[in-house]
Design a protein. Structure first.
Length: 529
């Protein structure tokens, strides 16, 4: 075995060379009568034949509405069957679906609508405290390319479907065409749109499913959001490429609804970030649920505590549960544990390389591949690497080097057996409950607060979420500093809830390096409780 921190995934299983629409056609032809999609809240169900027919109906309606190959179609919605139909219908015609986080507020959604040039937007009507129609109305005037908004659950959805013709001709598509943009929080103050192709995400979903041995017998409970790759790639595309069933337990995560869905629908697989599994295990009536049909699932987003993994395996019957590591820019999964890996590998590492992908660990300063066991930056290359950031070639060049290696910004160690441990982050990214947060975006926003002269945002440990957001503030007037309530009120309705600082520290000055840079590491260490 080589002594270098480099490995690649060999496999007798070839990459899929078709588009998502062609792949779905094959599933419909092979398993027409098997269930494809179940929405537990509404009780609606689709066989593969019905699902394929409804995808085609929506695709024809989009074409009739003037949506062409390459046009951007936004979806700003919670988990629901219509989300899945939009995913496959846009891919069918070669439109580029733009995922918008349902937690976004006006400041964020306006940026995405304009940056992606979205011409048609699908949106939920409301969810919890979000009134999507009111927020769209606030920003629509400043988004000249947005010509139509269709609300899910509103008569507008049926009106759109009514435009479709019995037959429609679609433009010819290549599997390398872009069909998805997913926004990742940006270090420059605004998110960047990772642009993904059929080939990127179809193959990633397929091989993630292969490694946990999905077949048409599997029923996958998906409580993770569709707007992330976790839901729409590892969930939906892994399912349809294997003839498995997608089960939606609730519009957003609800531990009780999740376990009820597993029990009612006899699910064989369950997804979640560690905090979701913790919430499920901590339900007072957890022991009353029949979870005996579960055999596998995926845990990703942040490291899994050993005791949690033990309980998931023993009490949820998920003996074959898999840990995945990835990032939106790599479609997302690069590393995954295998069905027969022991507890230590499932909790101490993020697995080994997927088929047809390369990974290496390099010296961040020189780019030279490290010896195994030596920490460095994790890089990945292969079919999964994004086409680029939408309309941001300079940002793309910063992330993807001339050799087509994606630089993750994560510090990792590759073991002798090829398994990889994530040991830290080169950037200052905060991971709160599986959500990636870049401090710069929050800092740029808080600079607009009238009482704040300067601000540095860092992540500090949190028992439940892994990390929480701490804002360190130098006030304009030391005699009248902002309170945490002031800061949170300023963010309310304008930043997604998970980005809003939960702690505030008032300072006279920041610790600085000799070269004049703020020592964020010192802030993190000093104010970690």
């Amino acid at each position: 075995m080589t002594g270098l921190s480099y490995t690649h995934g060999t496999s007798p299983t070839v990459l899929l060379g078709d588009t998502i629409g062609a792949n779905l056609d094959r599933a419909v032809a092979t398993w027409p009568d098997r269930e494809a999609l179940v929405d537990v809240p509404s009780g609606r169900r689709w066989t593969y034949a019905q699902f394929g027919a409804d995808v085609d109906e929506l695709a024809r309606a989009l074409v009739a509405s003037g949506v062409a190959k390459g046009d951007r179609v936004g979806i700003w919605a919670v988990n629901c069957p219509e989300w899945v139909l939009v995913q496959y219908a846009t891919a069918r015609i070669g439109a580029i679906m733009v995922n918008i986080n349902p937690a976004y507020r006006t400041h964020e959604v306006e940026y995405v609508l304009k940056q992606a040039g979205i011409s048609l937007l699908f949106a939920s009507l409301s969810h919890k405290t979000s009134d999507y129609r009111a927020m769209v109305d606030q920003v629509r005037g400043s988004c000249p390319e947005l010509r139509e908004v269709v609300y899910i659950g509103d008569p507008g959805w049926q009106a759109l479907l009514g435009r479709g013709m019995a037959e429609a001709s679609y433009e010819e598509l290549s599997c390398d065409d872009p069909i998805n943009i997913q926004y990742t929080s940006g270090t420059t103050g605004f998110p960047k749109g990772a642009t993904l192709s059929h080939h990127n995400i179809l193959n990633n979903g397929y091989f993630v499913g292969e490694l946990i041995a999905y077949t048409e017998q599997d029923r996958i409970c998906i409580p993770v959001p569709f707007y992330h790759c976790f839901g729409m790639v590892m969930g939906n595309l892994a399912a349809t490429s294997h003839g498995a069933c997608m089960v939606i337990p609730a519009p957003s995560f609800d531990p009780k609804a999740t376990l009820e869905a597993v029990q009612q629908e006899r699910c064989t697989s369950l997804y979640g970030v560690p905090t979701m599994f913790i919430a499920e295990l901590n339900l007072p009536d957890f022991a009353s649920y029949d979870l005996s049909t579960l055999r596998t699932g995926i845990m990703a987003g942040s490291p899994c505590p050993v005791e949690v993994m033990k309980r998931v395996v023993a009490e949820m019957h998920m003996e074959e549960v898999s840990i995945c590591y990835g990032m939106t820019e790599t479609s997302p999964v690069s590393l995954q544990t295998r069905r027969d890996d022991d507890l230590e590998h499932r909790t101490g590492t993020v697995g080994r390389v997927l088929p047809h992908i390369e990974v290496k660990v390099v010296d961040p300063a020189t780019g030279v591949t490290q010896s195994r066991g030596v920490p460095g930056e994790l890089c990945t290359r292969g079919y999964s690497v994004m086409l680029g950031y939408w309309n941001e070639p300079e940002k793309t060049a910063e992330a993807v080097d001339p050799g087509r290696w994606m630089h993750t910004g994560d510090l990792a160690v590759m073991r002798e057996d090829g398994y990889v441990e994530i040991v830290g982050r080169i950037k200052d990214m905060i991971i709160r409950g599986g959500e990636n947060i870049y401090p710069r975006e929050i800092e740029e926003f808080l600079y607009g607060h009238p009482k704040i002269a300067d601000v540095q945002v860092v992540g500090v440990p949190h028992e439940r979420y892994g990390e929480e957001v701490l804002a360190c503030v130098i006030p304009r007037d030391p005699a009248d500093p902002p309170t945490l309530q002031d800061v949170r009120a300023f963010c309310e309705g304008r930043l997604a809830h998970y980005k809003v600082p939960s702690r505030l520290q008032i300072l006279e000055a920041f610790p600085m390096t000799v070269s004049g840079k703020v020592r964020k590491v010192e802030l993190r260490e000093k104010y970690a409780l």
